[in-house]
Design a protein around this ligand. Sequence first.
Ligand code: NAP
Length: 248
Amino acid sequence: MKLLEGKVALITGASRGIGRSIAQVFAEQGANVAFTYLSSVEKGEALEKELSTAGTKIKGYRSDASDYAAAELLVESVVHDFGKIDILINNAGITRDTLLMRMSEEQWDDVLRINLKSVFNLTKASIKPMMRAKSGSIINITSVVGLTGNAGQANYSASKAGILGFTKSVAKELGSRNIRSNAIAPGFIETEMTGELNEEQLKEWMKGIPLKKPGQGTDIANACVFLASDMSSYITGQVLVVDGGMVM
Ligand code: NAP
């Protein structure tokens, strides 16, 4: 049985990494997938072609998640093209790591705008069609460092902790409309984002992971399938940590 048959999902930042895995697994599970990218235009277009063979409707949109007006326009286009939005996955994100002592205002602003404001932008726009449909599942990709903090990531950790407060507030505001809002906190997942870490940093991360291996994009995608599907219809306001046991 396909768990997302007939559902329409909008996924931000799916040209690479975790977002790409989510789009692939969602298409395999029968979802119609609208996804976004920004700078990786070729990769975004290639993904649209690749997934179109799965038999569901797939469309990529070049759209900056941190731009409020662009997010509104995107949601209008997706509703026009797909008819509805059942699932929103706020996945787009960046890092600009450095110690606070050296952190510039620009590094702070970029991370907060792209990681946190984007979640506001897309959620604000998407709840309109969800409220009309009296149904929806919003999944925000946060991080274990939003729970624990991390040296060298004050901007990133703050953005991810902000997502948690937002997720729970939306769950409280929109539960009566049958719109669920949950977060997934990945630990160490092998993508280009973590590819920037050096050998020493990698060893340090591995020491703290009971399952002794990095996670894959599909590990996060599978958790998204659960929170997007009707199997989790009584779950809202929660944070699902997917990290090989790193944070307990
Ligand atoms: P990644 O490989 O660097 O991919 C980031 C994705 O976000 C790309 O598709 C990129 O698209 C997109 N993106 C960036 N800025 C955007 C914008 N303004 N508008 C639209 N799309 C934008 O990162 P990842 O590792 O897959 O991370 C995905 C999410 O998981 C992020 O929120 C990250 O914070 C979170 N996370 C990752 C890990 C990990 O270990 N990897 C752990 C915890 C949490 P373009 O290239 O097309 O611009």
